[in-house]
Design a binder for this molecule. Structure first.
Ligand code: HEM
Length: 402
């Protein structure tokens, strides 16, 4: 068999390539990329099993998720792996990015590896945003209302983008199937395609190693196979055990079925979007767009083009005071905003949205007028005011569901 394959495929060259030595100074942080890849595969596998039972319609989605969590053998476990795996994915990808920044691995000639990495980060966040709606419970619905409203504030194309996301003027059946298609077809294809290109660049340029490697030491480390692969696999096993423990002992929450007329609901996104959510509270009125569009977009563009902005040839961290300061400030800022977002009081979105179904529309609109808005002292209000049409649509959806 081996001979058969050897005669037909360049296996000897491939094996020699895998056994090529890595740079001498490499530590456990160089396994983070492999862990991200492992998580992507784990998400694809667990998601494929969940898709056996899930149904992307407002009538069935919530029931399907309840059924998976309570009736399907190992359903709660697989759902738990998928849920905690998503959070782990964000953490691992961000740590991987930080490792790349701290060791200067984004600098020439690895600019393209970095750019494809940033695109992967966006895809990972896209998975989180689209997956959040799928259980069709209260938090899913209202977080998506906020997310789509944020998209609608983008200058020029905002309304169009929001309409495309919703598949119309309301969040309903079309939105759910769109998010499902994005989550299970479009984004996975994109993710695996981008990972393919990312890894091609990683192998093509070789590992950057730690900055203290001399040119000779770049070729005198342990081989990728079997040494580095062994360490990566141990890391994957440890990560899997941690996720399995999470899936067994921390059941994934499922709230009541989405109620588009529930004005009292306190919408909160998944934890990794909390910093953006908190940012919104500091910008109101004409400055709203700074929090919803300008700061996130400029931040993302700076990240994307980092290798072209920081062209210095210094690679050792303590000789890069600006990079170190900016990275530290960003990390501290994002962590602080996340904590504030998780602990602060309600973002006044639903207050101005929909009140009791029994209230006439005028009253609902009245609740949104500045005179009647209740603002706690020191608590900023981000005004997602629904239009009369949106409120009527929400009431119709509610009536259809009953
Ligand atoms: C799903 C997401 C991702 C996967 C699966 C992934 C996978 C990998 C793997 C396996 C490696 C080689 C091992 C290592 O250096 O850790 C790597 C290297 C690299 N990644 Fe990623 N990555 C992802 C996201 C990112 C992100 C978000 C960035 C930065 C914005 C990034 C930038 C890089 C760079 C520049 C390298 C080369 C590092 C070097 O040569 O030392 N990657 N990635």
């Amino acid at each position: 068999m081996r001979q058969f394959l050897n005669e037909r495929l360049p296996l000897t060259e491939f094996s020699a390539h895998l056994r090529k030595p890595l740079p001498k100074h490499i530590n456990l942080l160089f396994s983070l990329g492999s862990l991200a890849m492992f998580l992507l595969i784990l998400q694809a596998v667990t998601g494929a099993f969940l898709a056996f039972y899930y149904s992307p319609s407002p009538e069935h989605a919530h029931n399907a998720v309840t059924y998976i969590s309570t009736e399907v053998p190992f359903g709660a476990f697989v759902r738990g792996l998928h849920h905690w795996g998503a959070s782990a994915m964000v953490i691992i990808v961000v740590l991987h990015l930080l490792r790349v920044v701290l060791y200067s691995s984004y600098k020439a000639p690895r600019e393209l590896t970095w750019i494809f990495g940033v695109l992967l980060l966006l895809v990972v966040l896209g998975f989180g945003f689209t997956g959040y709606l799928l259980p069709w419970d209260e938090k899913a619905y209202w977080a998506t209302v906020v997310g789509v409203e944020i998209a609608s504030t983008a200058p020029g194309l905002g309304d169009f983008v929001a309409k495309v996301m919703r598949g119309g003027t309301e969040i309903g059946a079309v939105t759910l199937s769109r998010f499902y298609a994005l989550h299970t077809i479009w984004l996975p294809w994109l993710a695996f395609g981008l990972v393919g290109v990312h890894l091609f660049f990683v192998r093509y340029y070789g590992s950057s190693g730690k900055p203290e490697n001399t040119p000779e030491e770049m070729k005198t480390g342990k081989p990728f196979y079997p040494d580095q692969v062994f360490e990566d696999v141990v890391g994957m096993l440890i990560l899997f055990v941690a996720l399995a423990a999470g899936a067994l002992f921390m059941p994934v929450p499922l709230e009541d079925v989405a109620d588009p007329t529930n004005a009292d609901y306190d919408p909160r996104p998944e934890w990794y979007f909390l910093f953006l959510f908190q940012l919104l509270k500091y910008f109101q009125g004409p400055f709203e767009i700074l929090g919803t569009f300008v700061i996130p977009t400029v931040g993302m563009l700076l990240l994307l083009f980092l290798p072209f902005l920081d062209r210095s040839e210094r690679t050792v961290l303590w000789k890069r005071p600006i990079a170190l300061t900016v990275t530290s400030l960003c990390v501290v800022g994002i962590v602080a905003l996340t904590i504030l977002g998780g602990t602060s009081k309600k973002l006044e979105t639903t207050d101005v949205a929909v009140q009791e179904t029994t209230q006439p529309t005028e009253q609902i609109q009245g609740a949104a007028t500045p005179e009647t808005e209740q603002v706690d002292e020191g608590e900023a209000v981000f005004d997602f005011q629904l239009t009369e049409e949106e409120i009527e649509n929400a009431v119709e959806v509610e009536e259809e569901q009953q």
